[in-house]
Design a protein around this ligand. Structure first.
Ligand code: SF4
Ligand code: SF4
Ligand code: SF4
Length: 474
């Protein structure tokens, strides 16, 4: 009788119903297919749909099913699941299925597929795509206009199919997916992980079915399609939790575990690679911007510089784009330089080294702030869901709310509750951030404490303002 828990955590593969599910040859394809159908329905529903005249795009984003589901519900839930359960979304992601299908079709047609080169594998395109999505959100309100969301989803589907056709080995996920880096960095402390039960079993294994190239193109129970070595998994950054190695492992040694966050056996990197560092800097600006949305006073301060710039050069027509550039690039460089300066008072390390040491521990705090902001958004938008289910295009509800004949639905949680929840999340994240830094860089733990506390303090202050600003009217 196999044990339910071991050093790795709770072995979910030993739970009979989950075992049957994970080994079922329809898993995860059936779930991916269902989400693909939803994906296509959303594309059709959003096609050529714009806010009616007189209705603000922001309101229409909440009343229309396409934007409500994609940006108001799926996006915050993806952030939540990424933090708690790593790449759980990847397990059932329809784009992976499209990529898998087009890769197989291409092989059947005899196309000579290319391997991703080092530059693409480094995540440079993932970084560029994530930045592009957020620039489009700032510049053209991609997240508020169903027609644009529809085009965006079509673009994703097309890119997935084309990259799957031209490149081998899950190319879209490894080199092009716009949320790939986000899932990579937010999911590092995941409580869900695929790991070998025993390293001895792997050492003595002669079959190595989890990595054998001849298993890669089987319909199911494949060797790792992401080209990882499942027997040596030590972190959650690239594993999509697809379960193929669990199915293919002859001795039944691979398992899906539920574990404590930031498991002590996981690998810690003392410095993040440059691409991840840049991505985390970009995230810090985006999250700060989103956090300030709950407190007018903080938002005014955050946007003071781009607004001055716009009025000085009469660039009002480009305000969204300029705000996006400020949020994603200028503000992060300024604040990270300031934080790096605080460290340089105590050490001779270069600014780049300081940024790279800070990035992975700090992203825990950014993820918590992102989650808090996501909860706030989910709470504000969820009240529109019953209306969107009844009338998915959302036009009538948007018109009625605009002319005052229908009240704005109450949020699920009060602003004060969201504020307290945010403070709690940030404090927990701050503790993990300090601990993770100490584990990765024990000799620098004290020297680097100041910027971590400064970032956390800034977010705590803003989260406090969500409740206090409302209470005192500023
Ligand atoms: S990396 Fe992106 S495309 Fe691939 S499974 Fe995850 S979310 Fe889907
Ligand atoms: S097939 Fe299973 S036992 Fe063999 S190396 Fe891979 S994970 Fe280990
Ligand atoms: S290690 Fe296993 S679960 Fe992770 S991506 Fe590879 S095959 Fe899928």
């Amino acid at each position: 009788m196999n044990k339910l828990s071991d050093r790795n955590g709770l072995n979910l593969t030993q739970v009979p119903v989950l075992n049957r599910l994970l080994l079922w040859n329809g898993f995860p394809y059936v779930f991916q297919f269902i989400f693909l159908v939803v994906f296509i329905i959303l594309v059709i529903m959003g096609w050529n749909l714009y806010a009616p005249e007189g209705v603000h795009n922001r309101l229409f984003a909440q009343t229309n099913m396409v934007n409500l589901l994609v940006w108001g519900i799926w996006w915050p839930l993806m952030v939540l699941t990424a933090i708690l359960f790593g790449r759980l979304w990847c397990m059932i992601c329809p784009l992976e299925m499209v990529s898998n299908f087009s890769e197989r079709l291409s092989r059947k047609l005899g196309v000579r597929q290319k391997k991703l080169n080092r530059w693409v594998r480094s995540g440079a395109i993932l970084l560029a795509f994530y930045a592009l999505v957020h620039l489009l959100i700032a510049g053209i309100e991609l997240h508020r206009i169903p027609a644009y969301t529809s085009i965006f989803l079509i673009g994703l589907l097309t890119l997935t199919a084309v990259t799957g056709f031209l490149f081998s080995d899950r190319a879209f996920c490894r080199g092009f997916c716009p949320v790939g880096l986000l899932l990579n960095v937010y999911g590092r402390g995941s409580m869900l992980a695929v790991r070998p039960r025993s390293s001895d079993a792997c050492s003595n294994c002669t079959g190595k079915d989890c990595v054998m190239a001849c298993n890669r193109f089987k319909p199911d129970a494949r060797s790792c399609p992401s080209l990882l070595n499942p027997a040596a998994l030590k972190d959650n950054s690239d594993c999509l939790l697809c379960g193929q190695c669990i199915k293919s492992c002859g001795p039944g040694n691979m398992a899906l575990y539920l574990r404590r966050p930031f498991h002590p056996d996981d690998r810690r990197e003392s410095m993040a690679p440059w691409i991840l560092t840049m991505f985390i800097m970009l995230i810090s600006g985006y999250v700060t911007f989103r956090m300030t949305g709950g407190w007018t006073w903080a938002r005014v301060i955050f946007l003071w510089t781009p607004e001055q710039f716009v009025s000085l050069f009469s660039l009002e027509a480009y305000y969204g784009w300029i705000r996006g550039i400020w949020m994603l690039f200028v503000f992060p460089v300024l604040i990270w330089t300031l934080m790096g300066g605080l460290v340089q008072v105590f050490t001779m390390e270069s600014m780049g080294t300081i940024w790279r040491r800070l990035a992975l521990p700090l992203v825990i705090v950014f993820a918590a702030a992102h989650l808090a902001e996501g909860i706030s958004k989910l709470s504000d938008w969820a009240g529109y869901l019953p209306y969107a289910l009844r009338a998915p295009d959302g036009v009538d509800v948007a018109l009625m709310v605009t002319d005052g004949s229908m009240p704005v639905p109450d949020p699920l949680l009060s602003q004060a509750t969201v504020s307290v929840l945010a403070l709690f999340l940030l404090l927990v994240a701050s503790w993990f951030s300090v601990r993770e830094f100490r584990l990765a860089n024990p000799e620098y733990a004290r020297t680097y404490l100041l910027p971590k506390l400064a970032f956390t303090g800034m977010f705590l202050y803003i989260a406090f303002g969500w409740g206090a600003g409302l209470l005192f009217g500023f």
